[in-house]
Design a protein around this ligand. Sequence first.
Ligand SMILES: [Zn+2]
Length: 349
Amino acid sequence: MTDFPIFDGHNDTLLRLHMSDDPPSFFTESSAGHLDLPRAKKGGFAGGFFAVYTPNMNYEAEPEDHMTENGYDVPLPPKVSLEQALTFTHALAAKLFKLESEADGQLKVVRNADDLRYCLKNDILAAIFHIEGAEAIDTNFDALHVLYQAGLRSLGPVWSRPNVYGEGVPFRYPSSPDTGDGLTDNGKALVHECNKLGIMLDNTHLNEKGFWDVADLTDAPLVATHSNAHALSPIARNLTDKQLTAIAESNGVVGINYAVNMLREDGGLGTDISLDEIVRHVAYIAEKFGIEHVALGSDFDGTTVPDSLKDVRGLPKLIERLKAHGFHDGELQKITHGNWVRVLEDTWK
Ligand SMILES: [Zn+2]
């Protein structure tokens, strides 16, 4: 184990495993996607938020088909039904629990900060059950309570498409994140219910009005698990300085996303970029808003990452670039895992 075990804000590995016809085992090193257990160990990837996300089936919208004069503007996908989302959520959550039971003690679904610290110390992959987009949650919150008992500890009210709780930002560059209405009344009630249970609310993907609604209502630190600085890359998914200030003032955290189009100043999809593009976003938030408020949020298995990183095995090279930028050991410990542990401890009951 390295001095800097990396606890990570977001991966879509459960979705990759579920959608592949014949996926290689998570416990065997392969070149499929970005993440499996042997590669995690090689890269110093100590765990993270394992997203349960329901895709729109038989629906494709590629940025190449929606180019504008200086970027792209992809329409939001249609809603998915509660029934479809709940069935899919059960399937992906079951996948996570099956991984835990097959892992022979090497992977644990963590439910409190002590679990998380124990895993980090003992080289056990720590997985948080996270839902990205709350379509599976009925507005009586019955599913929320049942899923909490199963281990759910983090929830994003929306992915990009609209649902009964609110609306996310479209895949649009250049664009402000202020793209639509805020949370619905159901969305506001969801914030209260998550606060009561101690489920972390993830503001990633929310539009700016929705973000301010959460900021007004929540009693927990503000979090964006996989988002970057809008000042450096003005895509709708990234956070403005005003939003970053609010996150810092709440003692919250942002996990930096390795998606090339969210790192690059030009919003482009080209993957031939240096790891210093990731460092640039980390340093911007650390230096302008405070080292306590920046962490990592790869989006492994859910996005296109720089060729220079390739997959989770590239993380030691990223740590080297962060050191070269001038971050010392105490700062690296905060960026790689300490800030996540603090925020989760403050949020979970
Ligand atoms: Zn996402």
